[in-house]
Write a protein that binds this ligand. Structure first.
Ligand SMILES: [Zn+2]
Length: 418
């Protein structure tokens, strides 16, 4: 009798896994401040340029001054973290003959690490370098308010809000240089992750998340954002971000784009993807090419350049909420089950699944179903134990299994290993 009641309660709890149910996450998402975001972006544009060949030593201008400001800004939140937050500068050689930069320099990534109490590491990326039309021009004003002040602001605001909230998983915030000259900073960190054996469960890159008005067509929308992903574990991560983000952030639809990135362009998630980690890019739905990588100028009545008025900070606020909802859910969730096997030998309209249980405590599992043409999981069936027999034909659906933690947080989905 007691066991029946318990299972009933767990079933009720876990039916809400996809909806808002965690007051800590609700509070954290509602604490995101568009004013704080506007301040970070305004400050970043004051370094005149953050070009990879700009000054490393000037006290107020250039990429060196920007990296020192980032380091100091993050350091300011260390006291409220109870010793969990640390920050370091990681330098690497870049450029030289035969590369996109005509001379060799030392570039710096800033890595903030928020230590978790359990296993797993989530990597959040945003590049802080900037450029204009001519990628060799290291002296012109290159404010980079949206590209990528917006992504940097998202990470800074996330550190501010997570510093005082202990989470099970470790979160690494990577402020990357070298992006505009070939994803150099990201490549250096992906190498480090592999060499040091980081326990990476997810890599999320925020690059251009503040523009809401399209150039050319003038389409305008602050209620949609994009997650770019390739098929496989990265796509599961993208689905997870869509589900958790839409549950906790109002007036935002997350569109899954079934590509690694936009045509002719790349992002810092790619070196991590190549190293074998699940890695996605979050990017605004509409882009403005009058602002991106443009010299600041007025021509025939059109204003060009990546200046703060082109960033919709309310929209960046919502994208930051999506980040917090995904990161907190993922951090509080158990590790997913492994090796989900489906019995394809029997001719039956029941489907039999079996999997290796998650390590650590779980309330149970969701068996997830979607039609073979559907982009997101459509139905979830709660089970305890590590096998299920469900009345749906294996021929008509895709299946996966996620673990549900004791407080109802769901893990990433492990799809059937065919
Ligand atoms: Zn960018």
């Amino acid at each position: 009798m007691k066991r029946t009641v318990l299972i009933f309660l767990l079933a009720c709890l876990t039916q809400q896994a996809a909806a808002q149910h965690d007051t800590d996450i609700i509070r954290c998402v509602s604490d995101v401040s568009a004013d704080s975001i506007a301040n970070y972006i305004e400050t970043l544009t004051r370094f005149h340029t953050r070009h990879n060949l700009s000054s490393q030593t000037h006290p107020e201008r250039g990429i060196g001054a920007a990296s020192r400001w980032l380091y100091g800004k993050v350091s300011g939140w260390i006291p409220v973290s109870g010793g969990r937050l640390s920050v370091e500068k990681i330098s690497y050689p870049a450029g030289g003959p035969g590369t996109r930069m005509d001379r060799q320099v030392e570039l710096t990534n800033i890595m903030a690490v928020l230590r978790g109490t359990g296993p797993g590491e989530i990597l959040l990326l945003a590049h802080y370098d900037s450029r204009v039309n001519d990628n060799g021009d290291s002296t012109s004003f290159a404010p980079g308010a949206n590209d990528n002040g917006s992504g940097v602001a998202c990470l800074l605001e996330s550190i501010r809000l997570l510093a005082a909230r202990p989470l099970p998983a470790t979160v690494r915030f990577l402020f990357l240089s070298g992006e505009e000259h070939g994803l150099l900073g990201a490549a250096a960190m992906a190498r480090m992750a592999s060499e040091q054996g980081w326990d990476v469960t997810a890599v999320i890159n925020y690059d251009m998340i503040g523009n809401t008005r399209a150039s050319d067509t003038d389409h305008c929308d602050n209620t949609r954002t994009r997650v770019f992903s390739t098929e496989g574990p990265s796509r599961e991560l993208a689905r997870y971000i869509k589900e958790t983000g839409e549950a906790y952030v109002d007036n935002m639809t997350i569109t899954l784009i079934y590509r690694n990135d936009r045509y002719g362009r790349g992002g810092d998630h790619s070196p991590f993807l190549a190293a074998g980690y699940p890695a996605v890019r979050i990017c605004e739905f509409h882009e403005n090419y009058d602002r991106t990588h443009q010299l600041v100028r007025e021509e025939n009545g059109t204003l060009y350049g990546d200046l703060p008025p082109g960033v919709d900070c309310e929209y960046v606020r919502k994208n930051t909420g999506i980040n917090l909802a995904a990161v907190m859910n993922l951090s509080k969730a158990p590790a997913p089950p492994a090796k989900v096997k489906m019995n394809t030998q029997v001719l039956s309209n029941y489907t039999e699944l079996e999997w290796e249980p998650s390590p650590g405590p779980v309330a149970g599992y969701h068996v997830l179903l979607r039609e073979t043409h559907a982009p997101v999981w459509e139905k979830r069936i709660f089970v305890t134990g590590n096998r299920a027999r469900i009345p749906y034909s294996k021929d008509n659906y895709y299946f996966g299994v996620s673990a549900i933690g004791t407080e109802g947080h769901q893990s990433l989905v492990c799809p059937v290993d065919q």
